[in-house]
Ligand binder design. Structure first.
Ligand SMILES: [Zn+2]
Length: 172
């Protein structure tokens, strides 16, 4: 039975203690992610390991796993989109200029105060993982590529007015 993680944590304390978090966060409440989803039901599996590396960088490593419900942009039906992400985030304190001091193996994670909003961090990672245009894989979509490509060309934008001169003829 997984436990629900706290919304916010003290990242410095957890890094100093080499803490591990293993639990879940709900999708509901992720307001930036919600418009991209068909449904906000469900949980995200979160495994995080906090620590300090040899360059004295405080880091968070771990993984996220979830099955998101997206809307296929070809057939407009819902589709399940499994997400499995690996994280390697280096904590950058206060000033964004400090990002350049971070070893290359870490993505920067800006931390402004002594608290880290776990929900926001996970939401950021999921937003980056979403496809720009979600579509079913070929074969599982209700609309086939042939349906899309075999449609007759659209001439409606062409100006065809065969009777445009009729009123002139009628006058003469
Ligand atoms: Zn589809």
């Amino acid at each position: 039975m997984s436990n629900q993680l706290p919304k916010t944590v003290d990242p410095y304390r957890l890094a100093g203690a080499g803490a591990k978090l293993d639990g879940e966060l709900p999708l509901v409440g992720m307001i930036r992610l919600a418009p991209r989803l068909e449904s906000s039901k469900g949980m995200i599996g979160v495994q995080l390991e906090f620590g300090v590396d040899t360059s004295n960088t405080k880091f968070i490593k771990g993984s996220l796993s979830a099955v998101l419900q997206l809307g296929c942009q070809r057939c407009m039906e819902p589709m399940s989109y499994p997400v499995n992400l690996k994280l390697a985030l280096g904590m950058v304190m206060g000033n964004a200029d400090n990002v350049r001091l971070l070893p290359d193996c870490f993505e920067p994670l800006l931390i402004e105060a002594d608290s880290l909003d776990l929900t926001e961090m996970v939401e950021d990672e999921l937003l980056l993982a979403l496809p720009i245009v979600p579509v079913h894989s070929q074969g599982s979509c209700a609309v086939t590529l042939e349906d899309v490509c075999d449609q007759p060309p659209d001439h409606s934008s062409e100006t065809r007015r065969p009777f445009a001169h009729l009123s002139d003829l009628m006058k003469s």
